[in-house]
Design a protein around this ligand. Structure first.
Ligand code: ZN
Length: 351
């Protein structure tokens, strides 16, 4: 991937290419983003640029052997680490990213803006939490101890370091602190506050900015169509919830809470929360007389206008805050039933 192919975040791309040009390449960097804003695309473009044998104008050539290997994600000196778990797509008892590399490549090549839920689905562990376990640290350390195949940079693109436990971090720490020559770690996080401090403090951090609406539309347009099924399920559930709320139907509201809690994985539950938060922001925008910012699909305009007219003035801001709290709690092993029942109850009280 070339920098010119990355959507949005031109300032970050320029900062990365300038860093490479200056020769002062940070050996550990943390790119933090809201999910889906292109941190992986930037990391891939950066590594491709660093190893390109014929760069020009602040971008890689896209044609040299190294660029061609990067374009298929098969560069022998570029390694990927991401959260995994046991699942039907591998027979490994203690799987590492290597066990799922084929699926990672397919996903990242089709859509470098994928979400954590997309990754879970791609590697077949939808119903489990992905983790970065100590076996992963051992595997990375042994790979980095070998001399590089090319004479360029060795890179580890480390997706979601917040999924790494203390033991894994301890193993990796020395390597991150003093990597072998021309070796870099690029961590991509959606939750910098959850990255272990020992790792975080050793990284130069870079904020990947949210995409503008026009950029997000371009990302959405290039995504494979696999999200439409989720969209319909989520939209049905969200509209059922809103209709129950505005008609003061407590039983209907609680049933929606139960349906949310029964979504098949925590990732799916979080994805629904994000979806519902976005929908409520649309209602808020319409209430503020800024429907152009709500960006509502034509077939949903009547629904949103109706809801905006029937929700109280503080419903949206309170609900968004409550939903964000729930997202934070989902990973903490709190019963989903209790979480979602409490959430819809609060929404009911603030409607
Ligand atoms: Zn090149």
């Amino acid at each position: 991937m070339k920098f010119s192919e990355v959507i949005g975040n031109g300032t970050v791309a320029s900062a990365l290419s300038s860093m490479a040009d200056s020769g002062r390449v940070a050996h550990a960097m943390l790119l933090y983003e809201n999910e889906g804003c292109g941190a992986l695309a930037l990391a891939l473009a950066y590594v491709q640029y660093l190893n390109c044998s014929n760069p020009s104008g602040g971008d890689s050539c896209g044609e040299c052997p190294s660029c061609r290997q990067m374009s298929k994600l098969i560069h022998p000196d570029v390694h990927f680490v991401f959260p995994v778990n046991k699942g039907p797509k591998t027979s490994d008892d203690k799987p590492t990213s290597e066990s799922y590399l084929k699926y990672w490549r397919e996903l990242a090549l089709a859509d470098p803006y994928f979400t954590e839920a997309d990754l879970q689905r791609a590697i077949g562990i939808e119903s489990k939490n992905g983790l970065i376990a100590v076996a992963e640290a051992k595997s990375i350390i042994s790979k980095l101890s070998l001399s590089s195949v090319s004479d360029g940079y060795k890179a580890v693109i480390f997706y979601l370091p917040e999924k790494m436990n203390q033991e894994t971090a301890n193993r990796l720490l020395k390597m991150v602190e003093e990597p072998p020559e021309k070796t870099i770690f690029l961590f991509i996080t959606h939750a910098p506050e959850k990255v272990l401090q020992t790792i975080f403090s050793r990284c130069q951090s870079i904020r990947v900015m949210p995409l503008t609406k026009e950029e997000a539309d371009r990302v959405a347009a290039m995504k494979p169509e696999n999200d439409s099924e989720d969209y319909n399920i989520f939209m049905d559930l969200f509209s059922d919830l809103m209709r129950s709320l505005v008609s003061r139907d407590l039983m209907g509201t609680l049933e929606c809470g139960e349906t949310m809690a029964a979504l098949e994985s925590r990732e799916k539950q979080k994805a629904f929360c994000t979806f519902a938060g976005d929908c409520i922001r649309k209602i808020f925008m319409i209430q503020q007389n800024m429907p152009q910012l709500a960006d509502v699909r034509a077939e949903e305009q009547e629904f949103y206008a109706d809801m905006a007219g029937r929700c109280g003035k503080t419903f949206c801001s309170r609900s968004i805050a409550n939903i964000e709290k729930v997202v934070g709690m989902i990973d903490r092993n709190v019963s989903s039933k209790i979480l979602f029942c409490d959430l819809v109850n609060r929404m009911f009280l603030s409607i």
